[in-house]
Design a protein around this ligand. Sequence first.
Ligand code: PGA
Length: 241
Amino acid sequence: MKVIVVKDYNEMSNVATDIMYDVISNKPDCVLGLATGSTPEGLYANLVALYREGKLDFSKVSSVNLDEYYPLAPENDQSYRYFMNTHLFDHVNIDKANTYVPNGLAQDPEAACKAHEDKIDELGGMDIQVLGIGQNGHIGFNEPSDNPIPFTHMENLTESTIKANARFFESEADVPTRALTMGIQSIMKARKIIILASGKSKAAAIKATLKDEPTPRCPASLLYSHPDVTVICDEDAYSLC
Ligand code: PGA
């Protein structure tokens, strides 16, 4: 994995923006693999700014998202569909019909997972996948496990993830305990992967990803075998390496 260590969150967002800018400019009909959470907010704000300056065109772009809480309606302001609309899609000229977030209200979640995986394949895989990283090393909602499920599936969230995400909800009890998520092998379908990390709370996960033996107990470390992964982290996130 390539590693870029930067000073702070803003620099992390700027480096990620430059990489995304190149992908979208060089291939106007590219497929973006997108992530939610606090980490990519700066990146999305930068992309919106570039669009407003006339420097980026999303009209032919498609996107697939990593994950979605289950069960949660897309209109719920904690859903990842809502996040993507409000942080990116509503502000650029992407055709929302070409944006795919797993269906958090699917009657048949297994079928919804298969449909998401099929969509990734139909689109020919992602040109770039953006990832944050959980404090426990999760990517998407692939939690530490001895037997990771390779493709899009339902995942039970760990206590650490529920606690970490409670800040977005009124209380911890409101955080859904399950999610639909791409698997590690779904993520590996991307031709290029960037992992973004900022802050001391991510330092242990970044160390486990970059310095320790790859293990499904730290899902991000399993990306070691992918040929084009760049970890962009700030000094705090890199501080245990
Ligand atoms: P965060 O979440 O960006 O909100 O820190 C990252 C993750 O859990 O994957």
